[in-house]
Write a protein that binds this ligand. Structure first.
Ligand code: GLV
Length: 330
């Protein structure tokens, strides 16, 4: 029997390519060429599966042009690049990569929180510029992390990982807001208390965003929400660009209506709002919260295992729309 055909949209670990090549005919992109959407669709037109990262868009136009497509396997936990209802109508399975990146991403939430609160990037740039010539009582004095109030918006796996770090590691008081409240055992484990979004914003010393990006969470933090926060507070976004109104955030940081921010994701990334680039009180990183070598490897293997599991055995590991499996394509 002929091997099924797979498209791998971006460069990935060679061992993952080898693993997939043992089962499928592969078209890869190890040169990491940027493909336009048209080019992506053209290459995908005769494929049975695709390995995506969070940058490739799977929408109804693409699905209409790819009649053989059965599965899109995202090497990311977030899947706002997938139109899942359109995929379900087209009987195309979507899979994401949950679980394997939780702890690494929670670590990075704390990395940004600490860096922003304690002014790490700002002071390092200043030192590198040769400006350090004497001690000063308030030199880069920031805000405390230990014992402060950690506020988490979105309390999925990563949110809970951040809560545990804050409560158990830094003795923080943890509050959270989420679409649904956690059960009491999980709340106790995370030492986290449920509050309204307004109370969360008003009370936060450090607010960490870890919610999925949907039409409802677009600009969940805009000028009105920022205005409710303490001027001494820190805002951390490791979720998705678009959840924060970056222009409003830049304005609040410039006006010192918010002390500091740490951002790993941006509206329209890899473009970054130009005003953010000029501000000292924001730590900026290029969407690397899950980027430890073992975690990126585990994410790539999970995406590959979803392709192999579904296309060869009808058993994906982490399906998003499992109902598709009921009505398998002929
Ligand atoms: C990264 O942003 C992911 O969704 O895995």
């Amino acid at each position: 029997m002929d091997k099924q055909r797979i498209l791998i949209s971006r460069a990935i670990f060679p061992e993952v390519i080898d693993k997939l090549a043992a089962h499928f005919e592969i078209e890869g992109n190890q040169a990491d060429e940027p493909w336009s959407q048209d080019e992506f669709v053209r290459r995908l037109a005769n494929k049975h599966g695709v390995f995506t990262t969070s940058s490739e868009r799977i929408d109804s136009a693409l699905l209409g042009a790819c009649p053989d497509l059965k599965i899109c396997a995202n090497m990311a936990v977030g899947y706002n690049n997938f139109d899942v209802p359109a995929m379900t109508s087209a009987k195309v399975l979507g899979t994401n990569a949950p679980g394997v990146l939780t702890e690494t991403t929670a670590d990075f939430g704390f990395t940004l929180l600490m860096a922003a609160a304690r002014r790490v990037s700002e002071s390092e740039h200043w030192l590198r510029a040769g400006k350090w010539n004497r001690w000063r009582y308030d030199l880069f004095a920031g805000s405390d992390v230990h014992g402060s109030t950690l506020a988490i918006l979105g309390m999925g796996r990563i949110g809970r990982g951040i809560a545990r770090r804050g409560a158990h590691g830094f003795g923080m008081r943890v509050i959270y807001h989420n679409r649904s409240r956690l059960d009491s055992t999980t709340e106790a484990e995370c030492k986290a208390s449920y509050v309204s979004k307004e109370e969360l914003l008003r009370t936060a010393d450090h607010l960490v965003l870890v919610l999925p990006y949907t039409s409802e969470s677009h600009h969940a933090i805009g000028a009105a929400e920022l205005a409710l926060m303490k001027p001494s507070a820190t805002l951390i976004n490791i979720a998705r660009g678009g959840i924060v109104d970056d222009a409003a955030l830049a304005h609040a940081l410039r006006e010192k209506r918010l002390a500091a921010a740490g951002l790993d994701v941006f509206e329209g990334e890899p473009k970054v709002h130009p005003e953010l680039l000029t501000l000292p009180n924001v730590v900026l990183t290029p969407h690397i919260a899950s980027a430890s070598v073992p975690t990126r490897m585990a994410m790539a293997h999970l995406a590959a295992d979803n392709l192999i599991g579904y296309l060869l055995h009808g058993k994906p590991v982490t399906p998003l729309n499992p109902e598709v499996m009921e009505w398998k394509k002929s």
